[in-house]
Design a protein around this ligand. Sequence first.
Ligand code: PLP
Length: 470
Amino acid sequence: MSFEEDARIVSQELDRYLRESLAGGKRVIHQPPIERLVEELELARHAAEGGLSGEKLAGFLRRYLESTTRLHHPAYLAHQVAVPHPSGALASMVDGLTNNAMAIYEMGPAATAIEFFVISWMLEKVGWTPAPPRRQATAAAGGGGVLTHGGSLANLTALLAARGRVAPETWSRGAPADLALLAPAESHYSIARAAGIMGIGRNAVYALPVDSGGRIRPEEIAGVHRRARDDGRRPFALVANACSTAVGLYDPLEEIGAACRDLGVWLHVDGAHGASALVSPKLRGLLRGIQLADSTVWDAHKLLRTPTLCAAVLVRDARTLDGAFEQDASYLFHEKEQPGFDSIHRTVECTKAGLGLRFFAVLAAMGERGLAEYVERQSALAAEAHEYISRQPGFACAVAPQSNILCFRVQGGDELQLSIRDALIAAGTHYLSTAEFAGRRYLRIAFMNPATTMDVVADLVERIRQIAPR
Ligand SMILES: *Cc1c(COP(=O)(O)O)cnc(C)c1O
């Protein structure tokens, strides 16, 4: 079988899968026991025989697809993972075949050009001026960034850049014991994990006071900063959420940015999920003040319809990112005359996938306007669902949503919420997640799918009533 014939088989099977998923006839989720799947997929036989191609490939793929979680199903309401645009999936395939590991320019000129374009496009959305391409590699003023495998790694990278500014000696002497990080308790767990990886220690993470929506109260920042100083620590960065993971609210970045400037503290905005509002002229006001930050992260594999993974670390001053890592590998890092630039200095990764193509293909298929309309639609749907669910007797929402995330609960305890989710998943009709907010467990919807409508929400409410009658 030729590549072209097998590719046709794969695309036919995927096309059928897409149509079936969108039609909503199949279960959005079902989880057979792993032992059974290993058996049914005949993994051992295929591995031993080889030759998975042609009809055999078609049969295998059909079985594989039967046991996937269907993100394209309109009742997929669970996680902040993109429902990928098919153009993005094709780009993943192109990247897979060409395998241009573009951490150094010579291993992927076109991939580097695309990553440069994507990063610059994002920097401009933030309100920062990108440094020109060749000068990305030198000590030029202007914004810069890098694409990496996920927001968690992106957060770590940005915080390393922040630490590099106050404690550049860390790479030779080890982590100083007197650093402090300021962050609200609502922060994504990858922030605490980054602090752990950096050797700062949990005691050095100072919790910023928040309002009833879990948003940072900017007037409290100076006080927390003073407390850290009184403890003999140097606060090196403050993390703000845009938006928070649990309920999707935006911290007031303008006031936070002003406070950070006054105190000389690096502001890192975790925009993994919510920075995508920047594409919409209607919604970008939610991030007013983001240009005051020093760094931000933005996941294209969340609200930009891009297949996993494609996360951007963005910094206002490209030089700070080059200070995040300080390593020697003579076969990779050396002064060279070249027609492009290397991004290896800016990332944990050495072999680096050409992630930019995945997002670029989606952007070029939908257009900026199309992406903006998608983000606006998902937020509007969350607002409409909030209004609808709040009206239902026995139902209550955590907060009025600002993004496409909606948390609600049914009258009863935390156990009830968890059992409702279990029952929905077992039936395979709706797939949602749960989150803890303000000490209570909520059912949580992330409206990622452009095919989800209010009918799905009404049906969900109806099912929940059957599961938990009042
Ligand atoms: C999803 C998320 C992350 C983690 O990003 P991954 O791409 O899943 O690693 C970090 N911060 C926030 C606010 C998020 O929503």
